[in-house]
Design a protein around this ligand. Structure first.
Ligand code: AOS
Ligand code: ZN
Ligand code: ZN
Length: 424
């Protein structure tokens, strides 16, 4: 399904008068509104190929139908999202789920939707059919050199697929860990991981990054070999300048101060990318901004401050990706909501009165400093984000248009009610 430009124009015409009233009211209070709008237009967030279908839990899976059956259809879905919001111009692939048959045709297909390929992801957390050795007890950290080599070779193969598609980064998330005390030698596991990652790092093209994701628990419940940002940072530092840390917002124990982690990694030049989502308890992979939007704003505040301090382009300096799993919502609606929440937090961070904040911090004026952040956070910037969308040629209200244009039922008509996308 392709969303015709006229449908978007008609939708915008209907909402324009109300939008303009709200936008003008808001813009009058934002001194650098044009610069903020330019940044919002430029800011895109990659969509993970594995989030286009219904996610399951270990208790079941309830598909809404019309899920993409192939890589081409996954690209079509991201194309639909991008047509609706002009903020999702890339797709992040997971190998082996998304091995392209005809690479040139896949690139062309993506191009037609205005898309390119973001970080490629390896998968050593599942055994593939007929795999010679098992990842049951880990991959890059394994006690058996043969298993480690299998996982290294897989990651190098993923880099090759990514290179052919024009991707510039490899994301590595390892399930490797242990569920019981005594099960593994933690020092050996870490050192094996380092050695294995070094072999993968050595195969990286010069202009590539490897993004090392950390996670405190799950699927193992006693230890994870890359369990926190310190362990990821240590590996990234040992490996070299192409290695960075990936922060997945759901991969922290409750109440961790993620904004502080982000600030320090950025300052050290070791923050490579993000997996956006939200959580109440653990790695819940809920819609970004659905549980704690203030936390998301505080993270963006540190990101904007840190990127500006280093003169890094906000849109292109880091890999911005969503990592969510939706078992209740329509995946495409969830992703539209997530992108909206990310842009709202980003917009709020952009309107913080930075000179005043720096002055208040220098004076140790706690009340003024906190008040400045609260003022930005409590400003309703939705009309600003909508204006950026309008200028980029997207829909003023993507979820409303998605429903009015009956996208899901059209996809069900095209693909069937019982399709299952590859993923988790
Ligand atoms: C797992 O918890 C991590 O968040 C991964 O980044 C991601 O969800 C996975 O690679 C997708 O299968
Ligand atoms: Zn993740
Ligand atoms: Zn996760």
């Amino acid at each position: 399904m392709i969303l015709d430009k006229n449908i978007i124009a008609e939708h915008n015409d209907q909402l324009l008068a109300d939008h303009k009233r709200r936008f003008d009211f808001l813009a009058a209070d934002i001194p650098n509104v044009e610069a903020v709008l330019d940044k919002l237009v430029a800011f895109n967030i990659a969509i993970p190929s594995w989030a286009l279908g219904t996610g399951g839990t270990r208790f079941g899976r309830f598909s809404g139908g019309g899920e993409p059956r192939s890589l081409e259809e996954k690209i079509d879905d991201v194309g639909l999202l991008h047509a609706l919001n002009r903020s999702s111009n890339s797709i992040s692939l997971h190998i082996p789920w998304d091995i392209p048959g005809n690479t040139a045709a896949i690139i062309e297909h993506a191009k037609q939707h205005g898309l390119h390929f973001d970080a490629v992801n390896s998968n050593t957390f599942q055994d593939q059919p007929n795999q010679a050795l098992s990842y049951k007890h880990g991959s890059l950290h394994h006690t058996d050199k043969g298993v480690r080599q299998l996982a290294i070779d897989h990651n190098i193969e993923v880099i090759k697929y990514g290179e052919a598609l024009g991707s510039k980064a490899l994301s590595v998330w390892l399930a490797d860990g242990s569920s019981f005390p005594g099960q593994i030698n933690m020092r050996n596991a870490f050192n094996n991981t380092h050695e294995s990652l070094q072999a993968i790092y050595d195969a990286l093209p010069e202009d590539w990054k490897v993004l090392i994701e950390y996670k405190p628990y799950e699927p193992y419940f006693y230890s994870t070999t890359i369990g926190d940002w310190g362990q990821s940072y240590l590996l990234a530092s040992k490996l070299g300048k192409k290695a960075t840390t990936l922060v997945d917002l759901g991969h922290h124990l409750p109440n961790t101060n993620i904004e502080q982690i982000v600030a320090l990694l950025l300052s050290e030049g070791k923050l490579g990318g993000f997996h956006f989502n939200d959580s109440k308890y653990g790695d819940d992979d809920l819609t970004t901004g659905s549980i704690n939007p203030y936390k998301l704003f505080l993270i963006f505040n540190e990101l904007v401050e840190g990127l500006d301090a280093k003169g890094i382009n906000h849109a292109t300096g880091l890999s911005w990706m969503i990592d969510e799993s939706h078992n209740i919502k329509d995946p495409l609606e969830d992703l539209l909501m997530a992108v909206e929440a990310i842009k709202i937090s980003y917009a709020q961070a952009l309107i913080v009165d930075t000179p005043a904040l720096k002055a208040a911090q220098a004076e140790n004026d706690v009340v003024v400093a906190e008040g400045l952040l609260q003022h930005a956070y409590r400003t309703d910037v939705r009309a600003l984000v909508a204006e950026a969308r309008l200028r980029a040629g997207a829909a003023l209200n993507p979820v409303k248009l998605y429903r009015d244009a009956a996208v899901r039922s059209t996809l069900i008509g095209e693909r069937g009610a019982n399709t299952v996308a590859t993923g988790l």
